[in-house]
Write a protein that binds this ligand. Structure first.
Ligand SMILES: *Cc1c(COP(=O)(O)O)cnc(C)c1O
Length: 370
């Protein structure tokens, strides 16, 4: 073989469903020298990451840490640690990620009941109540920000139902964390996971998770070993806790990245950051409407970091996205599942949620449609 040249990816504007644009400060942090995973200087960085994660999740939960792996690893971590074979799990399924959660729970040996919802709409508490039929459940799972459809789910009503069923509540916050308010303690969420490459604007590779005291108790009192060795929190806590005992080698430079990304979010201020996401999402939707395009999802259920828009009749999805990439260096996302081929997904996440990106995307779409 001939040895390839060094890679030289050109800079794009990432306005798809993730990864999102990474702040230069995060990339610089990741280029710092790699330390040993038990180096005292690295242990300080780990502690700071945990403390900042608690602030961003708005929780006091002791068991809060970033798992090695992407958002799906966080999903799997929550499920395999909380679920024992034969447990009854109720999952809201109104998009790709609810579907995935149900599958992960089934593979963990749960008896899964799906609450089927319309793609592109949020759930009401009644949707969950009807399917649950007043029976007891061990765990209720729901997606806060469905990136496949652009829907934001109100969490407190689902918490109420979980209480009625005697269940813990697990929430997917992959696309909401640092883009919409996530109130782990105020909402009484028992377990949640996120990812680095959406509104935290860090490359993909870590999945922050957090567990309430009740959820941590459930994990401590398991009767079966967690089926995954790599994701077993009772082992991983040995490394993140006081003992600092080896489990797997932490992805050191990724942790530098999330350290900087969390710092930037807190320096901006969470409320100011949510406000920025809301403001730019509104500009984008108004602009899309002016172009004659139809924004999907009823207004009160829309996600600010991700807007779904209908592809007009007769317009070639692939051609438009290729044009944007070639002519503007701009990436937007196509649809998934029933929205494949008829929907674009436009992300305004983290560092990418700017007025300039809104203007660029609208100009690109105008040119593409012409
Ligand atoms: C992106 C995403 C995931 C999966 O994350 P990966 O990093 O792709 O593994 C899970 N849930 C939601 C809502 C997402 O947007």
């Amino acid at each position: 073989m001939t040895i390839p040249d060094p890679i030289a990816p050109s800079r794009r504007v990432l306005m798809g469903p993730g990864p999102s644009d990474v702040d230069d400060a995060v990339l610089s942090a990741m280029a710092r020298p790699t330390l040993g995973h038990l180096d005292p200087d690295f242990l300080v960085i780990m502690d700071e990451v945990r403390a900042m994660l608690r602030s961003v999740f708005r929780t006091e939960n002791e068991l809060t840490l970033p798992m090695s792996g992407t958002g799906s690893a966080g999903m799997e971590t929550c499920v395999v640690n909380l679920v024992e074979p034969g447990n009854r799990v109720l999952v809201g399924v109104n998009g790709v990620f609810g579907t995935r959660m149900a599958e992960v729970a089934r593979r963990a040996g749960a008896e899964v009941t799906e609450v089927q919802g319309e793609w592109g709409r949020a759930f009401t508490a009644e949707d969950f109540r009807k399917v649950a039929g007043g029976e007891k459940y061990d765990l209720v799972c729901v997606v806060h920000a469905e990136t496949s459809t652009g829907v934001l789910q109100d969490i407190p009503p689902i918490r109420e139902v979980a209480d009625e069923l005697g269940a813990l509540l697990l929430v997917d916050c992959v696309t909401s964390l640092a883009g919409h308010a996530v109130e782990i303690d105020a909402w009484g969420v028992d377990a949640a996971y996120s990812g680095t490459q959406k509104c935290l604007s860090c490359p993909p590779g870590l999945s922050p998770v957090t567990f309430s005291a009740r959820a941590a108790d459930r994990i401590r009192n398991r009767t079966h070993k967690v089926q995954s060795w790599y994701l077993d929190l009772s082992l991983i806590q040995g490394y993140w806790g006081e003992e600092r005992s080896y489990h797997h080698t932490a992805p050191i430079n990724m942790l530098y990245g999330i350290h900087e990304a969390l710092r930037l979010a807190l320096v901006e201020g969470l409320d100011a950051r949510f406000e920025r996401h809301a403001r730019n999402a509104k500009l984008l939707r108004d602009g899309l409407t002016e172009l004659g395009l139809t924004v999907r999802v009823p207004e009160s259920e829309r996600l600010n970091p991700l807007t779904t828009v209908a592809i007009p009749e007769g317009v070639d999805d692939g051609k438009v996205r290729r044009f944007l990439l070639d002519e503007y260096g701009l990436e937007i996302g196509g649809g998934l599942g029933p929205m494949k081929g008829n929907t674009w997904r436009i992300g305004l996440m983290g560092a990418g949620s700017t007025r300039r990106n809104v203007a660029l995307c609208l100009d690109g779409l105008r040119a593409a449609l012409a």
